[in-house]
Write a protein that binds this ligand. Structure first.
Ligand code: ZN
Ligand code: ZN
Length: 418
């Protein structure tokens, strides 16, 4: 019995998954507020016979299925949605609103496809539960809060995950992206970047706009900083070495004739390895401090690091095993993934458990449309990126591909070898 035999049963669970997915999509929940979603997931896992542990790191939960001797395999899905107003026009589009962490009312949308991840992992969990004669070992289905903040995986680790699950031999995760819906892509080594956000406060000395010589202008200081920061990647990283330094926000002042007291910059850094990550951070701090000295800033700059995402570094061993199974199942639609500049906190879980892992992506969009757009150079406008208000994977066969990929990967470790 192979993964393909299990997947032959996918059609039988069809009515379940359509309703479930559309219900999740219509009722998205913000990071760490996934109360309804985790309730639906745990109810479903219990019905399937899983040993369910809830409330791990807030709304996180695991379902464990013990089925004799064999490897222990963990698969993870994230559950949270984004503060985005949905513009897909779908009949099951979200009109939900919620209160964000600052207490502001905001529209909420599953703009990153996490509702699809949850549905596919539950479908794989059902196939494994209903075909226990085909495999042996222990399967852990893990549902994580707050991926979008980069802190949900860490919250589950800190919330005692290791105390309620057996140590996994391997961990698996997947994400739906802007690829054709028949395509699955994985790569060994660095697959997704590490990310840091930094809030930098620069201190000037406020004064009348007509008397700049009495003050220190934090806007001029901030401008010099921004210009210099943009030279880190072009002048300090070795050519061909990946790094991103983006200044996403520059806030200062309120009136034309007032030189303000401070400037606040919000930066985002990306890298594929720790050495580069440290190099970028050090260069940012050095430049900011030097520019503050150059301006005669009256107080040292302040650096607050937020939203840290680890690098996603796929194990070559897990990659070779799972990608061979992908190729056997998907043929030429199993491709090698380009390294993505996006980031994920999934690897915080296997890293904390000392477990090798594989994280792959699959597509959610019509292949003809995709390939036409690719040929025209209009991919970015025709296929909406994750987090866009129009991001909507085609329900079928995206669900089938995602469930198949997860089941094939799980069975590459758990299936009986005959
Ligand atoms: Zn996202
Ligand atoms: Zn996502």
């Amino acid at each position: 019995m192979t993964a393909a035999d299990l997947l032959a049963d996918l059609d039988e669970i069809q009515p379940w998954h359509v309703d479930f997915y559309q219900d999740l999509h219509r009722n998205p929940e913000l990071s760490f507020q996934e109360v309804r979603t985790s309730g639906l997931v745990s109810e479903r896992l219990r019905t399937l016979g899983y040993d369910v542990h809830t409330g791990i790191g807030g709304t996180g939960l695991v379902g464990i299925l013990r089925n004799g001797d064999g490897p222990t395999v963990l698969a993870r899905a994230d559950m949270d949605a984004l503060p985005v107003r949905e513009a897909t026009g779908l009949p099951y589009a979200s009109t939900a609103t919620a209160s964000d962490a600052e207490g502001h009312q905001t529209p909420v949308m599953h703009a990153c496809g996490h509702d699809m991840h949850v549905t596919c992992l539950l479908a794989a969990a059902q196939l494994l539960a209903e075909h226990q004669q085909t495999w042996s070992g222990t399967f852990i289905a893990l549902f994580q809060p707050a991926e979008e903040l980069g802190t949900g995986a860490r919250a589950m680790v800190d919330g005692g995950l290791a105390d309620v699950i057996p140590k996994p031999d391997v961990a698996l995760g997947q994400h739906v992206m802007g690829l054709p819906y028949d395509t699955v892509a994985a790569r060994p080594g660095a697959a997704l970047s590490a990310a840091d956000s930094i809030r930098i406060t620069l201190h000037g000395r406020g004064t009348h706009g007509s008397m700049p010589h009495y003050g220190v202008d934090p806007i001029l200081l901030g401008s010099a900083v921004v210009m210099r920061l943009n030279a880190i990647v072009s002048r300090e990283l070795a050519p061909g070495h990946f790094g991103v330094v983006t200044v996403g926000s520059f806030q200062s002042g309120s009136k034309s004739n007032v030189i303000p007291e401070t400037t606040t910059l919000l930066l985002n850094l990306r890298s594929y390895d720790d050495h580069t990550r440290q190099q970028l951070r050090a260069a940012v701090e050095r430049i900011v401090q030097a520019e503050c000295a150059a301006s005669g800033s009256p107080a040292p700059p302040e650096f607050a690091y937020t939203d840290p995402f680890p690098v996603t570094q796929n194990s070559p061993d897990v990659y070779h095993r799972v990608s061979a199974a992908f190729t056997a199942h998907f043929g030429e639609k199993a491709i090698v993934m380009e390294p993505s500049t996006g980031s994920e906190d999934f690897s915080d879980i296997p890293n904390a458990l000392g477990t090798p892992y594989l994280y792959w992506i699959w597509g959610g969009f019509d292949p003809d449309t995709y390939h036409r757009a690719e040929a025209n150079g209009t991919l970015g406008t025709v296929i909406p990126g994750n987090h866009a208000s129009t991001f909507a994977p085609v329900m079928e066969p995206t669900f089938r591909t995602g469930t198949s990929a997860m089941t094939v990967a799980l069975m590459s470790y758990l299936a009986h070898t005959t």
